[in-house]
Design a protein around this ligand. Structure first.
Ligand code: 13P
Ligand code: SF4
Length: 301
């Protein structure tokens, strides 16, 4: 089957199954093209909570599909590749979280959306890269536990009045973006602005003109009149170019690629709909507690 036939089959199957395809900004171009809605993790969470269709095919990594399953109880949530996980989310377990909170009694805990449902169930509130600062500042207490991304924690700590106690996790894709990569690109394109994701290390953030979640990059790209060096997973450049013909976006490095996001292919989306695979479910007790942490965030922002 060629790509066009596969797109046609996906459209037919979507109708047969009463399904919607949600796609993260880092997915490959042809998966983005097959999507009904593309967004960052906060936008996708919000969308999942409102879908009318019976089936959600989630093109992203596992914790995102879990979040959709938690926010859309009663819907069938499928992920086209069951091994598409997030290594940063795997850097903290629910048991780690429980022990950590015991070491710091009385502190509120914030977990980045890039965590398993079981970890979210142990936290006071969730956050994403687009609202972390607001979430932290909205909490009671002077010291806040923040897991798992130490780089996002450091970014929030720059402006927050709170003392942030970070977990020692990181995203291998963003952590591998180095100051030297940014300097090299700036030398090649001195006219361009630099936008980076807050999962990047502090020395990269120091070189950036703007620090933005993927969703905010998409919005700002619509209004900017500058060319931009993009310091995040390079899949987003496809969307930025497609939505802004004539504008110029340079990935900061071509190797800023999330292998896990890239496990989802058009063929796997098709197979997911055809075979109704792979189901993502969250045990009810964990889902209920994790939903509390997620809805507290969604209500706040
Ligand atoms: P966003 O919240 O910007 O979508 O980022 C999610 C992510 O996995 C970043 O690596
Ligand atoms: Fe996880 Fe990093 Fe991939 Fe985002 S880019 S899904 S944080 S490994």
């Amino acid at each position: 089957m060629d790509k066009n036939d596969m797109m046609d089959r996906i459209r037919e199957l979507k109708k047969d199954r009463n399904a919607v395809i949600l796609v993260h900004n880092y997915q490959i171009g042809e998966v983005q093209d097959a999507g009904d809605f593309i967004g960052d993790s906060l936008e996708l969470s919000r969308k999942a909570a409102r879908v009318k269709e019976d089936v959600i095919v989630f093109c992203g990594v596992h914790f995102m599909a879990e979040t959709a399953a938690i926010l859309a109880p009663g819907k069938t949530v499928l992920i086209p590749d069951s091994s598409a996980g997030c290594p940063m989310a795997d850097m903290i377990t629910a048991e780690d979280m429980v022990q950590w909170k015991k070491r710091y009694p009385g502190r509120k805990s914030v977990c980045y959306i890039n965590t398993s449902a079981a970890v979210k169930a142990e936290c006071d509130i969730c956050c994403t890269s687009s609202n972390a600062e607001k979430v932290v500042d909205g909490l009671e207490g002077e010291e806040i536990l923040f897991a798992p991304d130490k780089n996002l924690a450091a970014w929030v700590a720059r402006t927050s009045s709170k003392k942030i106690i970070p977990w020692d996790g990181y995203c291998y894709v963003h952590n591998n973006i180095r100051a030297a990569d940014v300097r090299r690109k700036k030398e090649e394109h001195p006219e361009a602005e630099v936008w980076v994701h807050p999962e990047c290390p502090p020395e990269v953030i120091d070189l950036a003109d703007r620090v933005l979640s993927t969703g905010k990059m998409v919005k700002e790209a619509r209004v900017t009149d500058r060319s931009v060096i993009i310091g995040t997973e390079s899949g987003i450049v496809y969307r930025l170019k497609k939505e802004n013909p004539g504008k110029i976006f340079y990935p900061v490095k071509n190797t800023a690629v999330c292998r896990n996001m890239k496990k989802i292919t058009l063929e796997k989306v098709f197979l997911s709909l055809e075979k109704m695979q792979f189901h993502v479910t969250v045990p009810p007790l964990i889902a209920e507690r994790a939903r509390g942490a997620i809805t507290r965030m969604v209500d706040l922002v």
